[in-house]
Write a protein that binds this ligand. Structure first.
Ligand code: ZN
Length: 302
């Protein structure tokens, strides 16, 4: 672990900048909240308080035990690296690009596999959308998400470079959780912007499972999941949580999965509830005017 610490110390400056950006963002959350209350745009503060509490606990966990799991998980993969990519300007640019690409697929899989959606849904379940929504991240996601970055280590990116590249991708996304910035022209088709990300948080049918990108929205255009902002976005999930209790928000989907599994008639059905999409069910639901097609997706929940 000493070796890891020495590596991180080399980039103490970068981590300090990230810390300053984090504090500035917390100030932005507080300022926006005060402004919304002053302008009577936010009448209830329950969702905001819940987001803030979930965010503070999450930061605490990621700075300690769960963050350590993330680092150790990737560290254990380092002996199996195929290459040794040096620290150069181009390797930093490439690392951020590859981390952003990896983030796209991690995020997409988290929406498409229900057992992973169970933790990612925490970020989506608020019916409100503002800077504080960026803080609403599952308490346990870092226990799973390191697995998606093992390929970066195996290709030859250094552990520290991989983690800093991921932090850049995540920190970038703070500012896009707002309704106060409208459309930004061509930027909305290249980068993940407030407009693109509002779509991602929408539960209108045409917005479900769209715009997974972290920094670049180009990945969505390449892989067929891009949707520009059109009609007014309705935020939240298709089956509302109806609670501001942080424990309910963090773990309710696991309870719903357990109930579905307990009601399963076959092992295949139980596995379907774990590994198929969030809205999946075994019952036949033919679309009007169409013949029954057997097992099908009922629709996603994002
Ligand atoms: Zn999402």
């Amino acid at each position: 672990m000493d070796a890891i610490e020495i590596q991180f110390l080399k980039f103490a400056g970068v981590l300090e900048v990230v810390g300053i950006i984090g504090l500035a963002f917390l100030l932005a959350v507080a300022s926006e909240t005060f402004w919304d209350v002053f302008a009577v745009r936010r009448r209830r503060l329950g969702e905001t308080a819940s987001n803030a509490f979930i965010g503070i606990v999450n930061i605490g966990l990621e700075q300690t035990a769960f963050g350590l799991v993330f680092i150790i998980g990737l560290f254990l993969a380092t002996p199996f690296a195929l290459l040794e990519i040096p620290y150069t300007w181009w390797s930093w640019a490439l690392a951020v690009l590859v981390a952003d690409f990896t983030y796209y697929w991690m995020h997409r899989i988290e929406h498409e596999v229900r057992i992973l959606w169970a933790y990612h849904s925490v970020h989506h379940s608020s019916p409100e959308f503002n800077f504080s929504t960026a803080l609403r991240l599952s308490w346990i996601e870092s226990l799973f998400e390191w697995l998606f970055f093992v390929p970066m280590i195996l290709v030859g990116f250094d552990l520290v470079q991989t983690i800093i590249a991921l932090v850049i991708v995540v920190v970038y996304q703070n500012w896009i959780h707002t309704e106060k910035i409208g459309r930004l022209g061509w930027l909305d088709g290249v980068f993940n912007t407030p407009s693109a990300h509002r779509v991602h948080h929408g539960c209108n049918s045409q917005y479900l499972d769209k715009n997974y990108g972290g920094i670049l929205i180009i990945w969505d255009r390449l892989f067929g999941t891009y949707e520009p902002e059109g009609e007014k976005v309705i935020y939240g999930v298709t089956e509302p949580v109806n609670s501001i209790n942080p424990l309910v928000i963090n773990f309710c989907e696991y309870w719903y999965i357990a109930k579905d599994i307990m009601g399963s008639k076959t092992v295949g059905e139980a596995l379907g509830y774990l590994f198929r999409g969030p809205g999946w069910g075994p019952e036949q639901k033919p679309a009007p005017g169409k013949a029954a097609l057997g097992i099908e997706e009922k629709g996603k929940s994002g």
